[in-house]
Design a protein around this ligand. Structure first.
Ligand SMILES: Cc1cc2nc3c(=O)[nH]c(=O)nc-3n(C[C@H](O)[C@H](O)[C@H](O)COP(=O)(O)O)c2cc1C
Length: 424
């Protein structure tokens, strides 16, 4: 089984197999620190036999959060820094206690920080490369969200940008000192780094905008600064979106940005897609039934096709694809296609925390039963009021609720659609 093979990253980190627990924002940190629920929840995933465990997104500043319960990186100047580092260390230790390496996903939400999420005043503007509002859709409630919950952002100054570079460095240093093996920069799903990459949200005409290369400069500066302040074996990966028309980037421009990231020395690239404007990463399972046909297996993953284009241009860069993987056969087919080296799994890990050990890598389980499909969630009544962001939000809330159960020492609610005779 290719899935069971080790993988060594350029930094020297070896992953015991090819299954990664993808980043899932826990939204269960009222004080924005990893309190006792975090080691408890992550100790469950630690028992699961993953090749890599990625934390949920950790915001690099407490001023702008993705949700009120996000973890944020404390400024090294704060009095509570040492105590917070102890919490992070407990989190890293619990997560890695059975040998799976763990890395922290670092993020800045940019214009996707809702009012009330973060320590800024309620009416303070979000930061973004340019003063371009989100466009969440045509309905009244969509424009209420765009205009009042997220609001028109303020274009960042060069000093703001330099400050953000330092915040990512502080996050990486905190992760390293706590014992995590690396970080992943979140440059997907429409957050700040993705906003810089995309011409639809980056209208700058200075050194950070105007061409594909200039739009990726912030990411390159962050990578360089993290490399300069962490030890050589520290892993630095990145999550990127597949090319999508709404970003305004063409395939060639996206591949040009990938080239610059690869040349700057990235350990792996995770491919995803979507944003609050079009949250395709949160669509429900693509396959109603498990299948054996190669074409359908390829459709199980939402973003494999783009990964294959990246692979064709950059044959040696390590690629992870996340979104839609639900069967061992689909995961093996993706690895066999040469399109990726690592399989990211999100929602099923909150329902079946030991899914590598118990199901996907368990040779006692035949392929036909190695199936992680989950029931679709019922649509909330308010779904009809606004566009897709509400549906994606409902999904996040539901699965974050499953993580909260783990954090409280409870078993997740079993919503499997696949074979339920396998004990979880
Ligand atoms: C509750 C929840 C929280 C999420 N939080 C993050 C996050 O913090 N960072 C991120 O990159 N993606 C996040 N995602 C997206 C997942 O990483 C993944 O891309 C998505 O769930 C699709 O994969 P799946 O089909 O295996 O679930 C989140 C998804 C869910 C359901």
């Amino acid at each position: 089984m290719l899935l069971a093979q080790e993988l060594s990253l350029p930094c020297g980190l070896t992953l015991p197999n090819r299954i990664c627990k993808a980043a899932l924002a826990e939204n269960m940190a009222p004080a924005n620190n990893p309190d006792e629920k975090f080691p408890k929840a992550y100790a469950e995933w630690a028992k699961g036999g993953y090749g890599l465990i990625m934390t949920g997104n950790v915001q690099v500043t407490n001023t702008y959060l993705g949700a009120p319960g996000d973890i944020s990186v404390p400024s090294p100047a704060t009095a509570s820094y040492t105590a917070t580092k102890e919490d992070w260390t407990g989190w890293a230790t619990a997560t890695q206690q059975h040998g799976t390496p763990a890395i922290v996903q670092l993020n800045h939400p940019g214009r996707q920080s809702p009012a009330g999420a973060g320590s800024r005043w309620l009416w303070a503007k979000n930061l973004a490369p340019s003063a371009v509002s989100l466009n969440l859709g045509p309905r009244l409630f969509d424009s209420f969200l765009s205009n009042f919950v997220f609001g028109k952002p303020r274009a960042m100054t060069v000093a703001d940008i330099e400050g953000v570079v330092q915040m990512f460095v502080d996050g990486a240093k905190m992760a390293e000192e706590a014992g995590f093996k690396g970080v992943e920069l979140h440059a997907a799903h429409g957050y700040l780094l993705a906003q810089f990459m995309a011409p639809s949200s980056n209208k700058r005409d200075d050194e950070f905008g105007g061409t594909a290369a200039k739009r990726v400069k912030l990411i390159l500066l962050i990578m360089k600064a993290i490399r300069a302040s962490t030890k050589p074996g520290f892993c630095v990966g990145i999550k990127l979106n597949s090319v999508d028309v709404s970003s305004g980037n063409s395939m060639e421009e996206t591949l040009e940005q990938v080239r610059l990231i690869v040349e700057a020395g990235i350990d792996f690239i995770e491919i995803s897609g979507g944003s609050y404007e079009n949250p395709v990463m949160m669509q429900e399972h693509a396959l109603p039934e498990p299948t054996k046909s190669a074409r359908s297996l390829a459709r199980e993953s939402f973003f494999l096709k783009f990964a294959q284009s990246v692979r064709a241009r950059f044959p040696t860069v390590l690629l992870m694809v996340t979104g839609g993987f639900r069967t061992r056969a689909g995961m093996e087919a993706a690895l066999n296609s040469g399109g990726c080296d690592l399989i990211g799994i999100g929602r099923p890990t909150t329902v079946i925390p030991y899914l590598p050990k118990d199901i996907i890598l368990n040779e006692q389980i035949p392929d036909a039963d190695a199936d992680l499909r989950l029931k679709d969630l019922p649509s909330p009544w308010y779904m009809s009021l606004a566009g897709k962001v509400i549906g994606a939000g409902a999904q996040s809330t539901y699965y974050a609720g499953q993580i909260l159960r783990m954090g409280k020492g409870l078993k997740p609610i079993d919503t499997r659609l696949g074979v339920t005779s396998i004990k979880i």
